[in-house]
Design a binder for this molecule. Structure first.
Ligand code: UGA
Length: 429
């Protein structure tokens, strides 16, 4: 098949590369010349394990084509995916301006029969707006079907999530569109849910909000465990063994971040409000998430009494491991609060420091974890990078001013850390 993706962020780029690897001809349309020229050379704008190799391989084979030009791509395509960003507006809604702008461009360049599908996370009802624009702009004699095909990949494991998802969701009205989309997804061995637009769109929001809810629940159990002297990790392991609950997304920590959960929880609250339903459960999920970030700072204040002039080493800045993404990373709020209290921050992250330097000022970025801990009164772990699990703590202890550690991701064994002479504070234990 010939397929086009508009947008080369995480979703667009990864899904395009995977579909090209399945043997389809895939165009990726962008709007910035420099980015498209880099992509043609296999230089990708994000860090995602395995993606650069996959992109290069498929560019070399001629199946993955990056372009600024809508015309040949759209006119040749059986399916066009809209995969542009939907950031949060000041009011908490999803900003649809990019989605609606590309819809116009698609409309003008259509030929013959095409399925236009949204991959971007968009509120229920967006497809109807896209449809209205396309119907107004499409040339005579063309035929369009519409679909919503949400994406469930996670950053850091994006390729395996795309090739091996738990389900494929296809929201489409016409049988012809459904058949084409099912055929495109055939190499993926996963159950397929065929439904209407609105349901497909809501599945995406409901899934992300539920996962965010699980994390806030885990963070609340962690708070309670600290108060009661229980071990939250054992409590959560204990409940996670119940298959009705499941053991994933129950790790307490500094709260969820990234480009999806914070945005999508907000958008679902807003969608509910617009439909006269106050989704207060999700408002509380957000509140707990904010508290989880602040709780790390509260623990730092408690450990050091007064943060003024104290040196704090931060291990990990990205919102999660295996990515360089800093969007809504807990580290941003936490470091800002520590700096407001007068602390001096040094930090190390294996991949995110360049991007972090653009958002976090007055931070002394170091070459490795040991340098970030050197001379520190306190070390705080904020991202669960594997390389932080195997550090030489004898060396770290000898170089720190006082061996205090707040393990925001529960990477270490509390007893072992205490035996090594650290004052150890985890989350929920
Ligand atoms: C999330 C969803 O997991 C994907 O299914 C979805 O496709 C994607 O959003 C999206 O909408 O595009 P992502 O944001 O890449 O993926 O990362 P997650 O692994 O879900 O982590 C999100 C945040 O939750 C991170 O800050 C992570 O540290 C935190 N988290 C996750 C926890 O604090 N505890 C956990 O147990 C799990």
């Amino acid at each position: 098949m010939t397929v086009t993706f508009i947008g080369h962020g995480y979703v667009g780029l990864v899904t395009a590369a995977v579909f090209a690897d399945f043997g389809n001809t895939v165009y990726v349309i962008g709007h910035t010349k420099e980015k498209i020229e880099n992509l043609k050379k296999g230089i990708i704008p994000i860090y995602e394990p395995g993606l650069e190799e996959l992109v290069k391989k498929n560019v070399d084979s001629g199946r993955l084509i990056f372009t600024l030009d809508y015309k040949p791509a759209i006119s040749e395509s059986d399916i066009v995916f809209i995969a542009v960003g939907t950031p949060t507006t000041k009011t908490g809604d999803a900003d649809l301006s990019a989605v609606l702008a590309v819809a116009e461009e698609i409309g003008r360049n259509l030929e013959g029969y095409t399925v236009v599908a949204t991959k971007s996370t968009v509120p229920a009802g967006t497809n109807k707006k896209v449809k209205r624009i396309l119907e107004e702009t499409k040339p005579e004699g063309t035929e369009i079907d519409y679909a919503s095909v949400p994406e469930f990949l996670r950053e850091g494991s994006a390729i395996s999530d795309t090739t091996n998802p738990d389900r494929v969701v296809i929201g489409a009205e016409s049988q012809r569109a459904r058949d084409l989309l099912v055929k495109l997804h055939e190499p993926i061995k996963a159950p397929v849910i065929l439904t209407n637009f609105e349901t497909a769109e809501l599945i995406k929001y409901a899934a992300n909000a539920f996962l965010a809810l699980k994390i806030s629940y885990a963070n609340s159990i962690a708070k309670l465990s600290e108060a009661l002297g229980a071990d939250a990790l054992k409590v959560l392991e204990g409940i996670g063994m119940d298959r009705r609950i499941g053991n994933m997304f129950l790790s307490p920590g500094p709260g969820y971040g990234g480009s999806c959960f914070p945005k999508d929880v907000k958008a679902l609250i807003s969608i509910a409000k617009d439909n006269d339903y106050p989704f207060s459960l999700l408002e509380e999920v957000e509140n707990i998430n904010g508290q989880s970030r602040r709780d790390i700072v509260r623990k730092a204040r408690k450990t050091l009494s007064d943060l003024r002039g104290k040196k704090i080493g931060i291990l990990g800045l990205a919102f999660k491991a295996n990515t360089d993404d800093m969007r809504d990373a807990p580290a941003i709020d936490i470091i800002n609060l520590l700096q407001n209290d007068g602390a001096k921050i040094s930090a190390f992250d294996p991949k995110a420091m360049e991007i972090a330097a653009g958002v976090l000022k007055n931070v002394d970025y170091k070459k490795d974890a040991y340098q970030a801990c050197d001379g520190a009164d306190l070390v705080i772990v904020l991202t669960e990078w594997n390389e932080f699990r195997e550090l030489d703590f004898e060396k770290i202890k000898s170089e720190m001013k006082t061996p205090n550690i707040i393990d925001g991701r529960n990477l270490y064994d509390p007893e072992e850390m205490k035996a090594r002479g650290f004052t150890y504070i985890g989350v929920g234990r």
